[in-house]
Design a protein around this ligand. Structure first.
Ligand code: AMP
Ligand code: MG
Length: 326
């Protein structure tokens, strides 16, 4: 039997999202994002929201795909990394579906899914990857069948850093797009911490200093300076990793990749180095079900399915633990 159709479910944090993918075609996709009433993402609230919306999300992708559910060959889900309560909610639904449809279960590493969808949609072959999302910030390359991490954040992800900064000014979560808007109006550069240690970076000190700076300077200028520092740190480590790994392609992925200033800085650096720069459609840069279904399909074809009893979620799952068999 051809193993060509996979249903995938994402729900590691803010977005409960499912999709059905057949080979290189998206048959259906549907999301019900969790929006905190106030503050940031509360893991238990987010999990409750995912549980309440699960039936709707799954039945919508099944309806929209216009296929007999009997033709689905596997059920994939984000097994980690992510927020424990959210992961458990999604895993429970995936297990039930795999039993119901009598098809294998596939536990997908969320970070690898961000990378694989980026490669698929852009055609990048063997890129260095800058993965910048809410919880994660990493510079990665596939080597000896593993996604090795060359540099990463020592504390919080750059997305969380931006969101934390924005929350101090009562900007609704997620703050990224709003801070980008404010930063565009900024004119003056204010000195803020720039923290690169070896190949790693750190953002907490920058958040605290920026919140303090905003008591004296305009929020536009502080937002601008915050972005300049945070993104320069990322670009510096990315450039050094490109030199070290000798890659001639760079792939940007993760929700923060939507930021036009970050893209501009990376583009300039890539042009200087004769590196081709790949950016997937904005819609597929942040968390989404398509990336889980697509990576699940790659894994299914390589026999990387798991038994129900081995499907415990992995909140701290690192992508370099996975042997890439596809
Ligand atoms: P992800 O975890 O990959 O879904 O990405 C979510 C993160 O992306 C959140 O922290 C958002 O604030 C951030 N984000 C979304 N759009 C932008 C933007 N235009 N600029 C900066 N950060 C953004
Ligand atoms: Mg993500």
């Amino acid at each position: 039997m051809n193993k060509n159709i996979v249903l995938g479910i994402e729900g590691t944090a803010w977005n409960l999202s499912a999709a059905i993918v057949e080979k290189d075609k998206i048959l259906s996709e549907y999301s019900q994002p969790y929006k905190p009433v106030e503050g940031g993402i509360h893991p238990r609230d987010a999990a409750q929201s995912h549980a309440a919306n699960m039936k709707k999300v799954i039945s919508t992708v099944l309806d929209k795909a216009n296929i007999d559910p009997k033709n689905i060959n596997g059920v994939a889900f984000s097994i980690g990394p992510g927020m424990g309560p959210c992961l458990r909610t999604v895993a429970t639904a995936a297990r039930a579906l795999s039993l119901l449809l009598n098809v294998p279960l596939i536990g997908v590493n969320h970070c690898i899914a961000h990378i694989e969808i980026g490669k698929w949609l852009t055609g990048a072959k063997n890129p260095l990857i800058l993965y910048v999302s809410g919880a994660n910030s990493q510079v990665i390359a596939l080597r000896n069948r593993r996604y090795n991490i060359y540099g990463e954040t020592l504390d919080i992800g750059v997305g969380n850093a931006i969101d934390k900064f924005s929350r101090a000014f009562d900007i609704k979560h997620p703050g990224g797009p709003k801070i980008e808007e404010l930063a565009k109006k900024g004119k003056k550069y204010i000195k803020l911490p720039y923290v690169v240690k070896g190949m790693d970076f750190s953002f907490s000190g920058l958040v605290t200093a920026a919140i303090n700076a905003a008591t004296k300077e305009s929020l536009d200028d502080v937002s601008f300076s915050f972005q300049e520092n945070a993104f320069s740190m990322l670009v510096e480590v990315t450039e050094r990793s490109l030199a070290y790994t000798d890659r001639d392609e760079l792939l940007l992925t993760g929700g923060v990749g939507a930021n036009s200033r970050l893209r501009e800085m990376l583009k300039i650096m890539c042009e200087d180095r004769d590196v081709r720069f790949f950016v997937p459609d904005k819609k597929y840069m942040g968390d989404n079900g398509v990336m889980i279904a697509y990576t699940g399909l790659l894994m299914l074809k390589s026999g990387m399915t798991i038994k129900l009893e081995d499907s415990t979620v992995r909140p701290n799952f690192r992508q370099d633990e996975v042997v890439v068999r596809w």
